[in-house]
Design a protein around this ligand. Structure first.
Ligand code: NAD
Ligand code: UGA
Length: 435
């Protein structure tokens, strides 16, 4: 099938490359000419394990190409996927739909023939109808069907998630759009991946409800972790014990410095407005947002407390800046809340991340941060080390050497990846979560 993907970011690029790998002919379109240039030279603009190989394989076989020219891309399109961003509108807190609306209009203006227009971006309930209206108003001569197909991939494991999803959700309200979506996913359906067909509003809401539920599990685990610290319980055992109940499950219960990323923070907030607009309430989701926002700042207080109540003038190594491991994405990373608070308290930060350095430097522009070349450089002569992201490289640190390179001995592990018993024996003063 001939597919055009609009927006070549984390979702558009991964979806385009994977659909090409499934045998479709895919053209990825982006307005960002620099991104398209780089892709045409074989460079991958984001860090995503396995993506470079799949892009190379499919560009070589001519199944996958990249362009800024929407009109040419759409010439023979049977299915157009909208995968543009839906960030938080900072003024209203709602999902900002300007990119979806603009993309829908541009597609309508350039379409040569009827195609099914599929929203893959995460969009509030009612957006599918808005896209249909834009198409109808812009091109009354073409009757294009719309569909909703939310994406559930995670950054860092995007290819695996896309190729082996737990389920495919399709919001389609006509035979034509259902048929096209079935052809699009023929390979995965053939492999036994469950598909749920719904109306468009239901499909749109499944996406937000899923993200908010996962965010709620994490926020809950973080609150249980705090209780553990005050009552002498061990959070890893509490979660293990809870997770043994199949009704609960142990996934998304790992305590951390607060969830971040381009989706949980924005989608939980957007869901509260979807509810408000519908005359419903979302007390649970609102509490999750508050709990998570406060947690990120409280982690800075925890670091200060671990440094004997003050970080003023102290050198602190920050290991890990991205919101999770295996991505260079810095959007809503806990480091963006924690580092400024430590700087305000007078800390001198030595920061290092295995792949997120250049993204981090664009956002963390305050004075007082020394950007380090590796973890050894970051650790050198510091009073304390803080692990903010669970990169594998930090799990295998030579703790004896680390202690020798530091001036102090404070180790704050906000991902619980270090063997603190061993670290304490060596001479570290360890602070972890939920123990
Ligand atoms: P992104 O910001 O990485 O990429 C969006 C891309 O769209 C950019 O390259 C931008 O230049 C391009 N773009 C914007 N308007 C355009 C237009 N009119 N024509 C062509 N290109 C245009 O975004 P993302 O992280 O891939 O997210 C996209 C959507 O998918 C969002 O709604 C997000 O919530 C959802 N989503 C993201 C993830 C994830 O892991 N990042 C997972 C599931 C769902
Ligand atoms: C999340 C969802 O998991 C995807 O299903 C969804 O498609 C995506 O959002 C989206 O809509 O964009 P992602 O944000 O890439 O994916 O990463 P996750 O692995 O879910 O982690 C999100 C945040 O939660 C990270 O900050 C992570 O460190 C944190 N987390 C996750 C925890 O603190 N504890 C956990 O147990 C799991």
């Amino acid at each position: 099938m001939k597919i055009v993907v609009i927006g070549t970011g984390y979702v558009g690029l991964v979806s385009g490359a994977c659909f090409a790998d499934m045998g479709h002919e895919v053209i990825c379109v982006d307005k960002n000419a620099d991104k398209i240039d780089r892709l045409n030279k074989g460079e991958i603009p984001i860090y995503e394990p396995g993506l470079e190989e799949i892009v190379r394989r499919n560009t070589t076989s001519w199944n996958l190409s990249f362009t800024t020219d929407l009109a040419i891309a759409l010439e023979k399109a049977e299915c157009v996927l909208l995968a543009v961003g839906t960030p938080t509108d900072e003024k209203t807190g709602r999902a900002d739909l300007q990119y979806v609306h603009a993309a829908a209009k541009e597609v309508a203006e350039n379409l040569k023939d009827v195609a099914v227009i599929v929203t893959k971006s995460t969009v509030p309930v009612g957006t599918g109808k808005e896209v249909a209206k834009i198409l109808q108003e812009t091109r009354p001569d073409l009757h294009c069907e719309v569909a909703s197909n939310p994406e559930f991939l995670r950054e860092g494991s995007a290819i695996e998630d896309f190729m082996h999803p737990d389920r495919i959700i399709i919001g389609a309200e006509s035979i034509e759009s259902k048929n096209i979506m079935q052809r699009l996913y023929r390979k995965l359906i053939g492999e036994g991946v469950p598909v749920l067909f719904t109306n468009i509003a239901t499909s749109e809401l499944i996406k937000y409800s899923s993200n908010a539920f996962l965010a709620m599990k994490i926020a809950y685990a973080n609150e249980i972790s705090d209780i553990c610290e005050n009552v002498g319980a061990d959070v890893s055992m509490v979660i293990q014990g809870m997770g043994m109940d199949n009704r609960i499950g142990g996934k998304y219960m790992q305590p951390g410095p607060g969830y971040g990323g381009s989706c949980f923070p924005k989608d939980t907030l957007a869901l509260t407005y979807i509810a408000k607009d519908a005359g419903s309430t979302t007390q649970i989701v609102e509490s999750v947002i508050k709990s998570n926002d406060e947690r990120k700042l409280r982690m800075a207080d925890k670091i200060i407390a671990a440094c004997d109540g003050s970080v003023n003038g102290k050198k602190i190594a920050i290991l890990g800046l991205t919101f999770k491991a295996n991505t260079d994405d810095m959007r809503y990373s806990p480091s963006l809340s924690i580092i400024p608070k430590l700087l305000d308290a007078g800390a001198k930060i030595r920061a290092y991340d295995p792949v997120g350095m250049s993204e981090a430097q664009k956002i963390l522009t305050q004075d007082g941060i020394k950007w380090c070349s590796d973890s050894e450089d970051a650790i050198s002569s510091t009073d304390a080390i803080v692990i903010l992201t669970e990169w594998d490289a930090f799990k295998t640190l030579d703790l004896q050497q680390v202690l020798a390179d530091m001036s102090g001995n404070i180790l704050i592990d906000l991902r619980n990846i270090i063997d603190t018993e061993q670290a304490s024996e060596i001479g570290f003063k360890c602070v972890t979560l939920g123990k």
